[in-house]
Design a protein around this ligand. Structure first.
Ligand SMILES: Nc1ncnc2c1ncn2[C@@H]1O[C@H](COP(=O)(O)OP(=O)(O)OP(=O)(O)O)[C@@H](O)[C@H]1O
Ligand SMILES: [Mg+2]
Length: 493
């Protein structure tokens, strides 16, 4: 099935759904308004009629006062009034609401012999502000809805004259459809017309925008990564457009990052191959010479060749070890296990590994550690790796009889470790590159010093895992100082 919006059936479009909602809305609205209006109209008629005929009850009561004791005369009088004033229904009630007399010019059957006197008293005692007061209609004629009433003198118990007026109201003979059908049809047709018109207007604008957006999405799908939907409106489509544009930007960034990663991966492969190739060539060359000229090679030459092979194998082994470390650092597989330890003690321990070289080169090691020592909270195995490389660099790049100073101090509530040497230093333009993997100085003199250029990159990444960083201060010819900070162990970690 094709889901493209261009092939979307009209009945599934938002516009169609919107039109249906509009039709329902307008219909309900129309019907409610008409019924409401009718109700208001009826209330108005009731009020006007009641105000106009309010005095009729009193007139009837006055006329009946002299004859009320004569039941027959009373009934005849009521019948004659009903005959002359068509539209009136006349009642004589006792004070409990029982109907004593009834007259009507339309066939009307008494359904209940007793009615509630509450509205009757309310009418007699009330003023025009309380109108309309609805009576409890006791007959089968449902059309009466306004009444007038008055007391008639009669001892010992008063009687009450009550008049209802056949003024309208609901006709029980008509069905709901007969009463409201035409109105409903008109309302629905009108709603349909308005909804269709609104739908078409919205549809035209909306579809144009949806199609434009769909085209852009199709272009994106077919490989154009820079396509953007040009829709700044603040409605839902505008929101979709800006979300799509943000996605395009994100994809673009990801692709660029991926390209960069791919490029650096290829560079890494080339560098690693080159780094591996050099010692292998040296080893291969020496072994070939030894094989071809076994007999002619004297003892010292053989010794030298074997030492060279040994050195190169060492170099290869270090290189592979560093490569492994950098790869687990890059893939996030190295996890640190912080614990409390004294940095000065770890430094002394690490320094012991270099005792021979330090003695050979007649280097002076100065210490200026914070007293009393503050334990730090870090991973001692990884920090030892950092110290080892920093010490190895300082020793490698400082000429014989130079001085290496190791010191710690408090800085921003952290313990700062520094290692300063009096070696050849680092030129300004190289400072920003020394932390890159495989970066080694361009200086030919320095290139004679063994190394892979991975040491400082590893240090930086390990300190990164400790939320710290390695910093360097150096001037060419004036030595170099490397520093990093570690958090003090607070005892609660
Ligand atoms: N103390 C220092 N004095 C002068 N130059 C330094 C010092 N430390 C580092 N460098 C420069 O920074 C470069 C990178 O150092 P890094 O430790 O990463 O590599 P390396 O020591 O050459 O090799 P590796 O540590 O992998 O055996 C060095 O080759 C050197 O040029
Ligand atoms: Mg190094």
């Amino acid at each position: 099935m094709n889901n493209d919006s261009a092939h979307l059936s009209f009945f599934r479009t938002l516009t169609f759904k919107l039109s249906v909602i509009l039709v329902i809305f307008f219909s309900i609205n129309g019907i409610a308004l008409v019924l409401w209006d009718q109700h208001d109209l009826l209330e108005g008629i009731k009020l006007d009629t009641q105000m106009a005929f309010a005095g009729e009850g009193t007139t009837l009561a006055r006329e009946l006062t002299p004859i009320i004791y004569d039941a027959q005369a009373t009934q005849s009088y009521l019948d004659s009034v009903a005959f002359y004033y068509q539209g009136m229904e006349l009642f004589i009630l006792d004070s409990s609401g029982r109907i004593l007399h009834h007259a009507s010019d339309v066939p009307s059957e008494i359904k209940r012999q007793k009615i509630s006197m509450e509205p009757v008293f309310a009418f007699i005692q009330g003023s025009e502000e309380d109108y309309p007061i609805d009576v409890d209609i006791p007959t089968s004629v449902d059309l009466s809805f306004v009444f007038s009433a008055a007391p008639i003198n009669h001892n010992p118990e008063p009687r009450y004259a009550m008049i209802t007026f056949l003024g309208g109201g609901d006709d029980p003979e008509l069905s709901f459809w007969e009463k409201y059908g035409a109105l409903l049809t008109r309302t629905i047709l009108f709603s349909l017309a308005i909804a269709a018109l609104t739908g078409i207007i919205i549809w035209a604008g909306f579809t144009r925008r949806v199609n434009r957006a769909a085209n852009k999405v199709r272009r994106f799908k077919s490989g154009n990564n820079h396509v953007k939907i040009d829709d700044n409106s603040r409605d839902e489509l505008g929101a979709v457009a800006s979300a799509f544009n943000a996605m395009v930007d994100r994809v673009d960034q990801m692709l660029k990052a991926l390209e960069l990663k791919e490029k650096s991966r290829s560079e890494l492969v080339a560098t690693v191959s080159h780094e591996l190739q050099t010692p292998l060539t040296v080893i291969q060359g020496n072994i070939e010479t030894m094989l071809l000229h076994q007999r002619e090679i004297d003892g010292p030459t053989m010794d030298h060749k074997l030492r060279t092979i040994h050195d190169q194998i060492n170099h290869l082994s270090n290189l592979i070890g560093d490569l492994f470390t950098i790869s687990i650092l890059d893939t996030g597989q190295m996890h640190i296990k912080p614990e409390a330890f004294l940095l000065s003690e770890l430094t002394e321990d690490t320094l012991a590994e270099f005792e021979h070289v330090i003695t050979d080169k007649k280097l002076t090691i100065q210490r200026d550690f914070l007293r009393p020592p503050e334990p730090v909270n870090a991973d001692p195995i990884r920090i030892r790796q950092v110290l080892r490389n920093l010490l190895s660099n300082a020793i490698k790049f400082t000429p014989a009889e130079g001085i290496i100073t190791l010191y710690t101090k408090m800085s921003d509530d952290m313990l700062e470790f520094s290692i300063a040497d009096t070696g050849c230093g680092i030129p300004q333009d190289e400072l920003e590159h020394i932390f890159d993997s495989f970066y080694r100085s361009r200086d030919t003199h320095k290139q004679k010093v063994k190394g892979t250029g991975l040491g400082l990159a590893i240090c930086q990444k390990i300190l990164g895992l400790h939320e710290s960083a390695l910093t360097v201060k150096s001037k060419e010819g004036e030595g170099a100082t490397f520093s990093f900070k570690l958090p003090i162990f607070s005892g609660t970690q």
